[in-house]
Design a binder for this molecule. Structure first.
Ligand SMILES: OC[C@H]1O[C@H](O[C@H]2O[C@H](CO)[C@@H](O)[C@H](O)[C@H]2O)[C@H](O)[C@@H](O)[C@@H]1O
Length: 594
């Protein structure tokens, strides 16, 4: 049986990440970066597309598993008729080369363990040449080279283009395997000691989580979300991936399969907000600096997403040889949405730079000039239709949320100038824009008869993003148009209590085949909106339900299907986790440590 999305746990080294199944198999790993080709792609295909399984002989899924508290170190344990064995998986902080460490430990009895390593570079398409060197195994194909070591040394044998091992552990025995990648034209990197690396990984993560300011209910789940957001950050540049996977389907068997291994301005600025609110200034500053480098240049060229180092070209293509997760094809690399015009991004960027300033992050001299340039571009562009924050692949429209975010940009720029009279900028022009956008949205984006804002000007359709209207300050929470919108959006898009982004029925906004599932971040936004309008009990109840959708190790995908009780979409997704952190902070953030 192919695992479900919720069967996976994440490990990573803040440059890339791996997904480990409950059966002890690493089914996804891109090396050396999040957006590099995968050397294990079983997630989107079969064992022959690459995986690395370590498990007791004859055993299937583990009996239990958990992260070591406050770390990204995963322990999976199997109780077998012969005894109990633990597998510890982690990726140490990177020195020069990425390492994946797997330590097998006998806990009880005498258990025979089997390993099967099937390396397939370039997303499962290339079988490397494997040889012995310096007492280890080394695999090479084109630009990639991978070393496999074990401590103490375990005999390995090659069969069917895979490396097999079998060994026995008794109580107290430990056998470590280390997989190390490096460019094949470089000398092999220094080998890490797996046991020292385990100690320092645990210590590093605990030092980091120790800074967390949240002390309310579900603290472990909130900390797990923060660890996940940190793990999705590409440390060398500060860029944040939306998720470490590509093409986990939004609908099982469907075509809505996208590559999320890039840095979206929207997802990342919202991540910055969550990190700042939870007390993580260092990451927020790194992201802010990434942002300033990525968007530098002509404001008309601002993209909605970039590569991890700020790369601009992310061409989309399909991998014909991968059948996709449970047959959900195509598998896509790159993301065509990179070329879309999405107006909301300007609002999110300017809002987050304003937040960075007010949170005390050191101000960079060129930051304000860049904001002014973005604002001047926006002043000339906000009347244009766009693709909206959901990146629909239909025609451009006047999406209401996009216009609201144009208002946010102008509002924040005006406020910064009012607070810092020494700053130069087009104060009057931005004030005028702010008022004009507000007026237009209230006239053209609001349906008087139904007392609700709408998805786009003149339509009767609704959109979950409208829930953010009070949060961004466009209207006060007690404005009847706000409460009316929350009720309407909830009734139409959350019939079973969980939010869809928009409706795909009776509209051509989103022309792709397949239905829209429940989008988790939108459900957190609903809880936030209910809280803001004073319906705290309903907000808390929804938050409890959403926390209950995390898998056994606290991770969320992008979507959840109530009909089948399955997570869907890329995994784990920053959007969902930043939603969880944001709602927890909004509902319980003022609670002090016991
Ligand atoms: O559903 C169509 C679109 O789905 C993706 O976009 C979604 O994920 C983004 C990253 O988390 C998020 O920023 C966006 O708001 C979501 O709708 C996909 O990336 C798009 O290419 C696709 O058109």
């Amino acid at each position: 049986m192919h695992p479900r999305i919720e069967d996976y746990a994440l490990i990573g080294d803040q440059q890339t990440a791996a997904l480990v199944g409950r059966d002890g198999s690493v089914d996804w790993l891109c090396l050396p970066r999040f957006d590099s080709p995968a050397c294990f792609a079983k997630l989107l295909g079969t064992e022959d597309h690459g995986h690395w399984r370590i498990a007791p002989r004859g055993a299937q899924v583990c009996t239990r598993r958990a992260y070591r508290p406050d770390t990204l170190v995963l322990d999976s344990e199997w109780d077998t008729p012969d005894g109990t064995v633990r597998l510890t998986d982690f990726m140490p902080q990177r020195d020069r080369a990425p390492d994946l460490v797997r330590i097998v430990e006998g806990l009880d009895g005498r258990v025979t363990v089997r390993g099967e390593l099937r390396l397939r570079f370039d997303y499962g398409s290339i079988v490397p040449w494997m040889r012995r060197a310096e007492g280890h195994r080394v695999a090479v194909a084109g630009p990639d080279s991978v070393w496999l070591r074990s401590h103490p040394q375990v005999h390995t044998r090659g069969k069917d283009y895979a490396t097999h091992s079998e060994f026995t552990v008794e109580k107290g025995d430990k056998v470590a395997f280390v997989l190390t990648w490096h460019p094949s034209h470089h000398p092999r990197p220094r080998f890490v000691d797996p046991f020292d690396a385990l100690e320092s990984s645990v210590a590093d993560w605990r030092a980091w989580t120790g800074q967390c300011r949240y002390h309310g209910p579900h603290r472990d789940t909130v900390v797990r979300s923060l660890i996940t957001l940190k793990a999705l950050t590409y440390a060398p540049t500060g860029g944040i991936v939306a998720a470490p996977t590509t093409s986990l389907p939004e609908t099982m068997g469907g075509v809505r399969n996208w590559d999320y291994r890039y840095s979206w301005l929207r997802d990342s600025t919202l991540t910055l907000e969550a990190l700042l609110a939870a007390g993580y200034h260092e990451e927020a500053e790194a992201w802010r600096d990434w942002l300033l480098r990525a968007v530098a240049g002509d404001p008309a060229d601002l993209q909605i997403m970039y590569g991890l180092s700020g790369e601009r070209r992310l061409p989309e293509y399909e991998l014909s040889w991968l059948p996709g997760f449970h047959g959900s094809a195509p598998v896509r690399i790159g993301n065509e949405a990179v070329r879309q015009f999405q107006l909301d991004v300007y609002g999110e960027v300017i809002d987050s730079l304003t937040l960075a300033r007010s949170s005390g992050l050191p101000v960079k001299s060129h930051m304000w000039r860049m904001q002014c340039a973005l604002m001047e571009f926006l002043r000339s562009a906000w009347r244009q239709p766009d693709k909206g924050l959901w990146e629909v692949r239909g025609r451009r429209r006047h999406f209401v949320y996009s216009k609201v975010m144009a208002w946010v940009a102008a509002d924040r720029a005006v406020r910064v100038m009012e607070r810092h009279p020494g700053l130069e900028g087009n104060l009057e022009g931005w004030r005028a824009m702010r008022d004009e956008v507000h007026r237009e949205v209230c006239e053209r984006g609001y349906d008087r008869e139904r007392n609700t804002f709408t998805q786009y000007y003149g339509s009767s359709a609704l959109d979950a993003a409208l829930l953010l209207i009070p949060r961004v300050g466009f209207l006060p929470p007690d404005d009847p148009r706000v409460t009316g919108t929350i009720d309407a959006v909830r009734a139409e898009l959350a019939p079973d209590g969980l939010m869809r982004r928009y409706s795909t029925e009776g509209t051509d906004v989103d022309p792709l085949p397949g239905k829209e599932g429940t989008f988790l971040v939108c459900s957190f936004w609903l809880a936030d909106a209910l809280d803001l309008i004073g319906r705290r009990d309903e907000a808390r109840e929804l938050f409890e339900r959403l926390v209950g959708l995390c898998n056994d190790v606290g991770l969320l995908a992008e979507e959840y299907d109530p009909a089948t009780d399955r997570l869907l979409g890329n995994f784990p997704q920053a959007f969902s986790h930043l939603g969880l952190v944001g709602t927890a902070l909004a509902l319980f953030g003022s609670e002090k440590a016991g």
